[in-house]
Ligand binder design. Structure first.
Ligand code: AMP
Ligand code: GLY
Length: 429
């Protein structure tokens, strides 16, 4: 079986690694940046922008791939699945109209509202900045301010956290148009990802990501600095009831898409805020999370190629998908200065990383040296029977890297987990 993997980050390295555990699978890769991890697993690589759809299609046809897995959101928005499927290549990923669940926050919210799906915060969409400024002036409370379209996870500003009212008005004017304002949600975030075949949804273990750049959840938002999951695939600040509600919300969305004639197929990523009143949807993504893909795909015991086949056939069932009952901790190394002014082109040296799994992300090679590029560099995943051991494995590996890179040493620590649990208690009592 020949599978095309589109994308070249840590998430796609994790996808390729999971596929490679089946020796009958041949991997073909399209990636803009050379990822040595993916290159090492692939039969053939096309270095090309993932949104250059003509080139991607040509490569897929020339190599007669049987299916494709789309890693990032940009090619989904560009309609890569429509194009490949019309050429007879089935995909793990939604068509452009269904990907609007991620690519248009206005579509996502109005779908939830139209179908009375729980967990939709109060929101308003504005075409014009001045109307949004007026709304902010009159609104009693804090708001989340977002561009309607894609922003690489970096476009959101929260009043009371990043901005005061004057700053909010300024930011809205900076965005200019197509702005969505939502009530600010207070709680603990968690990620629920699922395989979806258009009708059936099979969940993956819960993961918690860390968006902020620096330890203690300080600094600007990033694409995600690291993440962890627990052996029972739950999180200690998410009750069984909350989990079931979140799953119901995801099922509701899959049903709604089917009813509206835009069936959703691929990976559905739900970002939830666990609030005093239960789980609320922060956003949906139409793909695996990055870093969260590295947690769940490291744990996946079932054959990913088999899941791809079942998903494409529309016959997915939970019997097809098994995850190891282990904890995972993923830590990203990023260039110093990331995300505002990353130090690019700086050499780095990877030391002895022990039992950790190494996933490459955004690196370059200069004069035989591995170097940083502008985005997240590489990640380590520790996997073990306890969170403590998984954290130790990931932390030791991350500390082995020499160069102008940094990571968050607090991710996955018992201390941070205690803070999360205490925060949740504080909110609910
Ligand atoms: P997004 O790009 O939608 O994932 O948002 C990035 C981050 O902004 C999320 O991970 C949350 O931490 C925060 N965020 C987004 N929407 C809200 C909201 N309505 N209330 C509070 N925080 C939010
Ligand atoms: N980790 C968040 C994302 O992939 O969007």
């Amino acid at each position: 079986m020949k599978v095309l993997v589109v994308g070249g980050g840590g998430r796609e390295h994790a996808i390729a690694r999971a596929l490679s555990r089946n020796s009958d699978v041949k991997i073909f890769s399209v990636m803009a940046n050379p990822n040595p991890g993916i290159a090492g697993l692939a039969e053939k690589v096309l270095h090309e922008s993932e949104t250059n759809l003509g080139k991607v299609l040509g490569f897929a046809l020339e190599n007669r791939v049987d299916s494709a897995i789309i890693g990032p959101e940009a090619p989904l928005e560009a309609g890569i699945v429509d194009l490949l499927e019309e050429a007879g290549i089935p995909c793990v990923g939604p068509r452009r109209a269904a990907a609007r669940l991620e690519t248009s926050k206005a579509f996502c919210r109005s779908l939830m509202a139209r179908h009375g799906i729980a967990g939709c915060p109060k929101y308003r969409v504005f075409g014009d900045a001045e109307e949004a400024v007026e709304f902010i002036r009159e609104y009693d409370g804090d708001l989340a301010i977002k561009p309607v379209g894609l922003s690489g996870g970096k476009g959101v500003r929260i009043m009371g956290e990043h901005l005061d009212q004057a700053g909010a008005a300024e930011y809205v004017r900076h965005l200019g148009k197509d702005i969505i304002l939502e009530e600010r949600l207070i709680g603990e975030e968690f990620t629920l990802q699922a395989f979806v075949d258009g009708s059936h949804l099979v969940p993956m273990p819960l993961v918690q990501d860390h968006k902020r750049a620096y330890p203690g959840d300080t600094g600007p938002n990033t694409g995600g600095m690291g993440s962890y999951s627990l052996p029972d695939h739950m999180l200690p600040f998410v009750s069984r009831e909350t989990y079931e509600k979140a799953l119901q919300i995801m099922r509701g969305v899959v049903n709604a898409m089917k009813v509206e004639g835009v069936p959703y197929k691929g990976i559905l990523y739900g970002q939830f805020m666990n609030t005093r009143t239960g789980p609320q949807v922060i956003e949906f993504n139409a793909r695996f999370g990055d870093p969260e893909a590295m947690n769940v795909l490291s744990l996946l015991e079932s054959d990913l190629a088999g899941i791809v086949t079942r998903l494409i056939e529309g016959k997915l069932s939970s019997a097809d998908v098994r995850f190891a009952p282990l904890a995972t901790v993923c830590k990203y190394l990023v260039p110093e200065g990331y995300p505002e002014s990353p130090k690019e082109g700086e050499p780095l040296e990877i030391g002895d990383y022990g039992d950790a799994i190494l996933y490459y992300a955004n690196v370059t090679r200069k004069g035989g040296h591995l170097c940083t590029a502008s985005s997240r560099t590489l990640a380590f995943v520790g996997m073990a029977g306890t969170l403590e051991e998984a954290e130790r494995i990931a932390e030791t590996a991350a500390s082995s890297v020499k160069g102008t890179v940094r990571h968050r040493s607090d991710i996955g620590t018992a201390d941070l987990l205690r803070q999360r649990i205490a925060h949740m208690k504080e909110i609910t009592t």
